[in-house]
Every structure is written in C-alpha cells, then in structure tokens.
Design a protein. Structure first.
Length: 432
C-alpha cells in the first residue's frame, strides 16, 4: 500500500512538473501574441491612416489561419506534439524578429507586412494546436483537466493584465520593439517544450495503421474526416461548438469595434492597453472560481446566463461607448469570459479521445472562428463609416442567437456540472 501511494505521489509530481513547463511554454506564446497583436494595428494605421485597412489585414490573417486549421489538426495528431510546439516557436521567432528589424530599418511596407503576417498565421494554423493537444497527454483525469482549464483561464487573464501594458510600453519605446520581444518570447516556448518529460506522441490506434500505406493526401483527408465525423456524431459537443461560434463572434465584434474606434479617434497604444488590463484583472478574479462553478453549476444554464449577460453588455456599449464607459463594459465581459471558456473547452477536451485531440480541436476551432475571421474587417469598415452603434448592436444580436442555439437542444440545455458530463454524454449517445 505504501509503495502504491509513493508511486501515485511520484506520478502526481511528474504531472505537476510537466504541466508547469507546458504552462510556461503556452504563457510565453500567449504573451508574445498579446504584444505583437496590440502593436500590429498601430503599424498598419501608421502606414495607411485607415482603420478599415487595419481591420481588413487582421481578417486576412484569420482567414489564412482557418484555411489550414483542419490540416493542422491532422498534422498534430500524426507527429509528436513536442515537435509541433518547437516548430511553432522557431518559425514564429524568426518571422517576428525579422518583422521588427524591418520596422526598425524603415524598410517595411504594407505588402511585406501582409506577407509576413499571413505566413505567421499559416504556420500558427498548422502547428499552433500542438500545445492544447499535448495537455491531454500530460493531464488524463477529467476532474484535474477541468481544474487546469480553469487555471489556464486565470493565466490568460494574467497575460491580458500584463500583455497589454507591456505591449503599449514597448511600442512607446519604439515601433519595432514589441515584435523583437515577441520573437524572443517564442524562444522560451522552444526551451519549455523540450523540458517536458511526458511522451507527447499521439497514441497509435488500430484504425490509423492502414493510413500508413495510403498516399499522403488520402491519409490526411481521412484523418481530417475522422475528426469531423467524431465531432458531428456528438450532439452536445456539436451544439456547444456552434454556440461558441456565436459567443466568439459577439465578443469579437464588441472588442474590435471598441479598439478600432479608439485607434481611429487618436488614442495611444498605452491607452488601449489600459482597457485590456482592466478586462484582464476582472477575468483573472473570475478565473479563480470558474472551475469550481463549472464543477457545481449546470453547464447548460451557465452558458445561457453568460450569453444573456453578454447581450446586455453589448446593448449598453452601443449607446454609451466613450473611453470611460468602455472600462465598465469590458470589465463586465471579464466576469463571464472564464465561465463559458472553461465550460466549452473543458467539455470538448474531456470528451475527446487522446488520439483525436488535434483533429477535434481543429474542427471545433474552425467552426467557432468561422464567423470571427471577417469581423475585424466588418468592424473596421463600420467604424471608418461612423457606424459604431450598429456595430455594437450586432454583438447583441449574435449573443441572442447563441442563447437560442443552446435552448433548442435539450441535451445541451440540460447539460449538468463536470461530474455529470460522462453520464450526459452517454445518454446523448444512446438517444442519438
């Protein structure tokens, strides 16, 4: 019995150690993204003097990312997730440091900017899901997985708290500095990924072995189809992914309208960063209790309530969206973001077999983000045309549609807390 307890304790220590390295890698990646994403619109605006162009370029980046996402999911399930994280860090480091050098030497123009940005987004789409897939290889228990998902939400909030001001301060020091720092942070991703001791190779299952004898195109297509088929066969998971589409779209249109509106009005990067900080502080406070709430409260009702809250906030922002009021609205957004993020990502990852993690994540992300890829362009055009209020109201409409999606599916509407997910999924499969 003692030896069994010692073995269990050693295993838990190994999981904690690997999780801390994973957390370091993904936090560095997120901080890098937060820094360059704050500075990029200002660089575009400096080159073009147009919020519409700034929004359009960001939309092009999202389109590039989504175009390769399914291929990336299949790729992540065929290679070591460690390799994917290293490649993601190395390529990003080269691209963003190169971008910073071009800004510093005044050799950057809009077309070169677009080329580097699209290349970075394509590589992110191919290898960016390796870290999330790796987490399931480190943490296997469902309850623990939900707990670390809540921790991850707190981490995301902390990055928002620090990332915004850091990005704004770095941009104030020089337009090239945020991109040089972003590249350096991706070097930490490489070091942390290599320090993880767990086996991050995807498990070999019998159904995948015949693929080794197929052509690469047919093999990848089959892998992608398996991810789509699994996602579509799970009614609750499918409904939650569609719900996430509208949640993300509603959130994105409000945030994009706020940021591009302030950018066009002449606010500085540091002033925009203050908004990100306030949002991040509130989000971090909520993240501390998000996992506990998700484990105790019915998930379906929690999602409905969170989206209803988002709808009310979007309506408020539509009529009162000066700089001071945006602090209030983004703070309120920060209250609910960890709740639906923990619920949606926790359920999807917990109910997905390890060998399908990359593909199912890519399918879910493609569905979730398929609307948001055009939102920066839409928000930029509406802000540039002086239609800020209708742009915020569009966020309220999208949140309302998300509520309807959950309500019309009895399984999703009655989805219980974490401890009942397995039972709910079984009943859902039997009813299907």
């Amino acid at each position: 019995m003692a030896s069994s307890n010692q073995a269990g304790g050693a295993m838990q220590r190994a999981v904690r150690r690997d999780y801390l390295f994973w957390l370091t890698a993904t936090t560095s990646d997120m901080l890098s993204r937060a820094v360059w994403s704050l500075a990029l619109p200002f660089v575009i605006f400096a080159l073009t003097s147009s919020t519409a162009t700034a929004g359009l370029v960001q939309s092009l980046g999202q389109i590039a990312y989504l175009c390769v996402m399914l291929l990336g999911g299949a790729l992540v399930d065929r290679i070591s997730r460690r390799t994917g994280m290293v490649v993601r860090g190395l390529t990003g480091m080269v691209l963003w440091i190169g971008f910073g050098v071009l800004v510093w030497t005044h050799l950057l123009n809009l077309w070169i900017l677009i080329a580097i940005f699209l290349t970075a987004q394509l590589l992110d789409g191919l290898f960016g899901m390796a870290d999330n897939a790796a987490l399931r290889s480190i943490v296997h228990d469902d309850e623990q997985f939900v707990q670390v998902t809540g921790i991850n939400q707190g981490r995301e909030a902390a990055v928002r708290i620090g990332g915004g001001p850091i990005g704004g301060l770095l941009y104030a020091l020089g337009a090239a500095v945020p991109f040089l720092v972003s590249g350096a942070l991706l070097g930490l991703v490489i070091a942390s990924a290599k320090a993880i001791r767990a086996d991050l190779r995807p498990p070999v299952v019998a159904e995948n072995r015949p693929e080794q004898r197929r052509g690469i195109v047919r093999s990848v297509a089959r892998s992608v189809a398996q991810g789509i088929s699994f996602m579509w066969s799970q009614r609750i998971m499918r409904t939650l992914a569609i719900t996430s589409l509208f949640i993300n779209a509603a959130f994105s249109i409000v945030i994009s309208t706020a940021m591009l509106g302030l950018l066009g009005a002449g606010y500085t990067a540091l002033q925009l960063a203050y908004l990100e900080t306030v949002y991040g502080v509130v989000m971090m406070l909520t993240a501390f209790v998000a996992a506990r709430l998700v484990s105790r409260l019915p998930t379906g009702r929690l999602l409905i309530g969170a989206q209803l809250f988002m709808m009310v906030v979007a309506v408020g922002a539509a009529f009162w969206h000066n700089y001071a009021m945006l602090f209030l609205w983004l703070s309120l957004y920060g209250l609910v973001t960890p709740l639906f993020a923990t619920s949606l990502s926790g359920y999807t990852f917990a109910r997905t077999p390890d060998h399908l993690q990359g593909r199912v994540r890519s399918v879910a992300a493609l569905l979730e983000l398929s609307a948001t890829m055009v939102i920066p362009a839409v928000a930029g055009w509406m802000v540039n045309s002086g239609h800020n209020t209708p742009s915020y109201l569009l966020g309220a409409v999208l949140a309302l549609v998300g509520i309807i999606v959950v309500c019309v599916n009895p399984g999703a509407r009655r989805l219980g807390p974490t401890r009942m997910w397995r039972e709910d999924a079984t009943e859902n499969s039997l009813s299907t």
